[in-house]
Design a protein around this ligand. Structure first.
Ligand code: AMP
Length: 283
């Protein structure tokens, strides 16, 4: 595996591949890699002769400075995992390399409704930061195939919208990979290592309650079902931002189901200081 720290060097190397007609797969991450991340790398390796992974803890997407300070960093282990997985290129830029000028946004991405609901509502500015970094990374890597995890459902929709806004929908194919879970159902996440033993056990309530929604879904009014799931999650020790049912295609909130629309249940909640998110498709 080749490790690039400089944008110019990576860009030049990838340009040569592109000229040779080689397809490039790209998996952006914030490091502290786990099996979920590696499943994206694996998907990319299967479909592309060159797979690029980036590790960059993007300061502009953290609306909570404490979350940024405490974000786990395990770079030596990450390098080993990526090399063993067969990843070709690791891009490991500094903040200056990604944001040479300044950290404040130079562009406002028009994400519309997506920025006002769920993660957008509870993490103001978060998706603008995500768009800033992804826009920059896409300009540098210009992948043919882009790999994202369904674990960040709303982020996948935001990034698809970004790709359309910057006119790259025809150049880049977005591949959404399934959420990998621990045996007890907890979605794998870099933040899970911040949970103590007791919190780690309690954390399974997120997946349990998303599954509870799935098992008890009926046509008609959904408010009671959502309220029960919210209460269960609070009683399990979570400080809940939301547990919601939405249209899987556009994320509009569904309170009354016609029995036809494709639905997704999504949750975000704090176990003490650690904010966890998850989602499952319902039908
Ligand atoms: P992150 O390092 O958290 O920014 O995640 C990098 C990529 O890995 C994103 O596209 C995530 O959606 C994806 N990812 C994170 N957790 C999982 C998981 N448990 N299963 C599959 N993909 C994941």
């Amino acid at each position: 595996m080749i490790i690039f720290k400089k944008t110019r060097d990576l860009h030049k190397w990838l340009e040569a591949q592109r000229l040779a007609g080689i397809s490039i797969g790209f998996v952006p991450t914030m490091g502290a890699l786990h099996t979920g991340h590696l499943s994206l790398i694996e998907s990319s390796i299967k479909a592309n002769p060159v797979t690029v992974c980036s590790i960059f803890v993007n300061p502009t997407q953290f609306n909570d400075p404490k979350d940024f300070e405490k974000y786990p960093i395990t770079i030596e282990k990450d390098i080993e995992l990526l090399a063993n997985a067969g990843c070709d290129i690791l891009f490991l830029p500094s903040v200056k390399e990604i944001y040479p000028d300044e950290l404040s946004p130079s562009l406002k991405y028009d994400l519309g409704y997506l920025e006002r609901i769920l993660e957008g509502k509870f993490r103001p500015g978060h998706f603008q930061g995500v768009c800033m970094v992804v826009h920059r990374l896409l300009e540098i890597v210009m992948p043919d195939n882009f790999y994202l995890g369904q674990k960040d459902y709303q982020q996948c929709m935001v990034i698809k919208k970004l790709i359309a806004l910057i006119g790259l929908s025809n150049a880049i194919l977005v591949n959404i990979c399934p959420t990998l879970r621990e045996p007890d159902g907890l979605a794998m996440s870099s933040r899970n290592v911040r949970l103590n033993e007791d919190e780690r056990i309690k954390a399974t309530a997120i997946f349990r309650n998303l599954s509870f929604i799935k098992e008890n879904l009926t046509t008609g009014d959904l408010k009671g079902l959502k309220e029960t799931a919210f209460r269960n999650l609070s009683e399990a020790g979570f400080n809940v931002d939301y547990i919601e049912i939405a249209d899987a295609n556009d994320l509009s909130i569904i309170d009354d189901w016609d029995g036809q629309k494709k639905l997704v249940a999504l949750a975000a909640a704090f176990m003490t200081e650690v904010r966890l998110i998850d989602n499952i498709l319902l039908n």
